[in-house]
Ligand binder design. Structure first.
Ligand code: NAI
Length: 273
């Protein structure tokens, strides 16, 4: 259903790799709500993914940018404004990657070059993006910037590995930069902490199937899907949430406030019988 919540708004959407990506679903929903945007991803991801189909479907242009490279981001911010015809109202940062996870390195046996690469891609890229937007004064007043995160930033999920630390860093950047963006430009900055979701990045986490099934059983409303996440993001891009900022907002079916659920308890009592 469309409510025209983003009519006339312009933005940038990072991180649509394929149709499972949270950013992909968000781009589709933003388009339905009347927003226009530029799509971006790392040049290498573009060769692997199918972003052209999304661009066609949503009448949008693609500007490649490696989110760890300041010059790519500055070019992206300039070009996006040229293409869209003015300053921006929304930005979605939907980027995450850990080389230690990819290579199967245990948390207690990290390669620190990989660790550095991982926090640059997953966390510092958010600072770099916001700094490019801030310095170029590219956001309209009452604009909205959102990044996606996971609850391993607050609680222990052993197999989430160094992505837990990267997400804690990302959430802190959202607050710290959000202060200056709010004070100086009247722009809000938030993170959405999403349920486990079957995407390329999600499925890279060891034991993902168990992880997602457990979260489903723990959450009174069940896991939030990629579309649920897209809808929540739309609300944060809209004018209905103008003074929500510096927040880490859970979109997780209630998981983050649970201790244990009956369904999970039953699995254990069954084992005891
Ligand atoms: P995805 O694999 O579809 O998206 C990750 C994106 O990051 C890809 O498009 C990839 O090309 C991009 N990326 C990687 N390195 C990049 C770079 N140097 N420059 C620009 N882009 C780069 O997976 P998903 O799940 O849609 O991930 C989106 C966000 O949601 C990530 O921040 C992820 O950590 C977060 N998230 C995902 C959850 C899940 O279970 N799937 C749960 C909670 C948060």
């Amino acid at each position: 259903m469309s409510y025209n919540l983003l009519k006339g708004k312009r933005g940038i959407i990072f991180g649509a790799l394929d149709e499972n990506s949270i950013a992909w679903k968000t781009a589709e929903r933003v388009h339905e709500e009347g927003g226009s945007f530029v799509l971006t991803n790392a040049p290498i991801a573009m060769r692997m993914g199918s972003i052209n189909q999304l661009a066609e479907k949503t009448n949008s242009q693609i500007i490649p940018a490696d989110a760890t490279k300041v010059e790519d981001l500055e070019n992206l911010v300039d070009k996006a404004q040229e293409i869209l015809g003015g300053k921006l109202d929304f930005v979605l940062h939907s980027i995450g990657m850990s080389v230690n996870v990819r290579k199967g390195n245990h948390y207690t046996d990290m390669n620190y070059d990989f660790t550095t690469k991982g926090w640059d891609v997953s966390a510092v890229s958010f600072h770099k993006t916001m700094q490019a937007l801030y310095k170029k004064d590219a956001m309209n007043e009452w604009g909205s910037i959102v990044a996606l995160t996971y609850m391993a930033a607050q609680r222990v999920f052993p197999d989430y590995n160094d992505m837990a630390d990267n997400k804690a860093y990302l959430e802190s950047i959202a607050r710290s930069f959000g202060y200056f963006f709010g004070k100086d430009k009247k722009v809000r900055v938030n993170t959405i902490s999403q349920s486990p979701t079957p995407t390329t990045a999600g499925q890279g986490v060891k034991g993902f199937d168990g992880f997602i099934a457990y979260a489903e059983k723990m959450s009174p409303l069940g896991n939030a899907t990629a579309i649920d996440c897209a809808n929540y993001t739309i609300s944060l891009f809209s004018d209905l949430t103008k003074r929500v900022t510096l927040q880490n907002l859970y979109n997780d079916g209630g998981f983050s406030n649970m201790g244990v659920s009956q369904q999970v308890m039953e699995t254990f009592t069954k084992d005891m019988d």
